[in-house]
Design a protein around this ligand. Structure first.
Ligand SMILES: [Zn+2]
Length: 439
């Protein structure tokens, strides 16, 4: 459908295209932007048309040289590119009378990568230069350690604010950018997770820069995340469309991913609890992977259900059931993953709400409540939440103190005292400590 295609576009907003064809007059470099991420720096040049380019690095001092045939640069522009990340400064000069040479002075040796982007509604033709700290551009997936924890560990929630840097995501009529709104919600959610006993947040993106979709998954695995939650805002040409949606990976997306793991079998051992798949025949390897994937999917679905229930309480839903799609960020084989489209930024009312800090907090809290409800009831083995001697009860709609007391075989007074309740009103989503009988 048109809508789901648009949703997909919002996640994969960068379109890569090769450049062909010559250009008549000299091309102009019209703008430059720099986005600094922890391990990489992205420099983007706005060019007046499709551009060909050549780049190479030089040592002592470290530099990156970019040659653009038949091009010129505005002198004022050189000052607008502030140094940052791995870049000290930008210099330029003419070459062969009609060509342009750009030189980035670097703070350290880098591995560069470059590509061009076609115009979109926000920018024209762009040349993108990615600088990776030498040694960090490797494509290998970090392995998730499978050592048994000796101590109880915190539950790790990976929070992924969509888009970033050059990729603004969807835009509201008033100019609100998806990347900013979702970053604000992500930070608020991280604060709430941090306050939660036994939980720890990891912000996948912690600033205004872009991270590749597979890289986002890698980062979550590196931190041994128990849950990956990606936060986005929707857009649609019909500005009346509104509401939130919650997504998990689709069956088709999951099975195409299965083929990838089977192909890279030596990397797949940690996906099935450390069992090597190298010596297994295809069928057995597939069965083992399928089991791992099904378990992950089941958790994804249940957490998503809980988050959706909470989102329903704070606003309109675009889809009242958990949706399934092939989003790349949801493809972790061993980390339950969900994606929340918090609202339609294209809807004027929802754009306004997305900007309001009060509403951002409300969304973050709803997501937190959903996460808590699932993981307190189903704590992964080895986590602090799973410590057997502390029982907890997450208050559900319709619960009363007397019914909870009866269920766990404790007195109402005990419940009141150990939870410091001043009256018997119960807040849905709150966690009650259940003391052991007799204490
Ligand atoms: Zn998005």
């Amino acid at each position: 459908m048109q809508l789901s295609r648009l949703v997909l576009l919002c996640v994969i907003a960068l379109v890569f295209v090769p450049v062909t064809g010559a250009h008549a007059g000299p091309l102009q470099v019209q703008g430059a932007r720099l986005w600094a991420a922890p391990d990489s720096t992205r420099v983007v040049f706005d060019i007046s048309g499709p551009v060909e380019h050549r780049l190479f690095t030089l040592k002592n001092p470290d530099r990156l040289v970019i040659d653009l045939p038949n091009a010129v640069i505005d002198d004022k522009l050189k000052k607008t590119l502030t140094s940052g990340g791995m870049v000290k400064s930008l210099r330029s000069g003419p070459r062969n009378k009609k060509d342009l040479r750009l030189v980035l002075d670097l703070k350290a040796p880098v591995k560069p990568r470059s590509f061009v982007l076609k115009p979109n509604e926000q920018y024209g033709h762009r040349l993108v230069i990615d600088l990776f700290k030498a040694g960090t551009a490797s494509k290998s997936v970090p392995k998730k350690a499978v050592t048994r924890p000796k101590q109880f560990r915190d539950l790790v929630i990976a929070i992924d604010a969509g888009h970033g840097g050059e990729d603004s995501g969807a835009r509201g009529k008033k100019g609100t950018r998806e990347k900013d709104a979702v970053m604000a919600i992500a930070r608020r959610l991280a604060d709430l997770v941090r306050k939660e006993p036994g939980m720890k947040p990891v912000l996948i993106r912690d600033g205004d820069y872009y991270i590749g979709l597979r890289k986002r998954i890698e980062k979550a695995r590196k931190h041994r995340a128990d849950l990956f939650i990606s936060i986005h805002a929707d857009a649609f040409r019909d500005r009346r469309v509104q509401g939130s949606s919650v997504y998990v990976i689709s069956r088709r997306g999951a099975s195409s991913e299965m083929a990838r793991w089977l192909a890279a079998r030596e990397n797949a051992a940690d996906l099935v609890g450390g069992v090597s798949l190298d010596d297994k025949d295809d069928l057995l390897a597939e069965v083992l992977l399928d089991l791992a994937q099904s378990a992950t999917l089941e958790v994804s679905n249940e957490v998503a259900d809980n988050v959706l229930t909470e989102m329903m309480r704070i606003g309109k839903m675009h889809k009242k059931r958990v949706q399934h799609a092939g989003f790349v960020v949801l493809k972790s084989p061993d980390i339950p993953s969900l994606l929340v489209e918090t609202a339609f930024i294209s809807n004027p009312t929802e754009e306004k709400r997305l900007k309001s800090s009060k509403h951002q907090q409300r969304v973050a809290r709803a997501i937190m409540n959903g996460i808590r409800r699932y993981f307190v009831a189903n704590p992964p083995e080895g986590t602090r939440l799973a410590k057997a001697n502390i029982r907890k009860h997450v208050i559900q709609r319709g619960d009363t103190l007397s019914r909870i007391a009866q269920r766990y075989g404790v007195s109402m007074t005990t419940l009141r005292v150990s939870n410091r309740l001043s009256d018997d009103r119960l807040l849905v989503g709150k966690v009650l400590k259940i003391p052991s009988r007799g204490s």
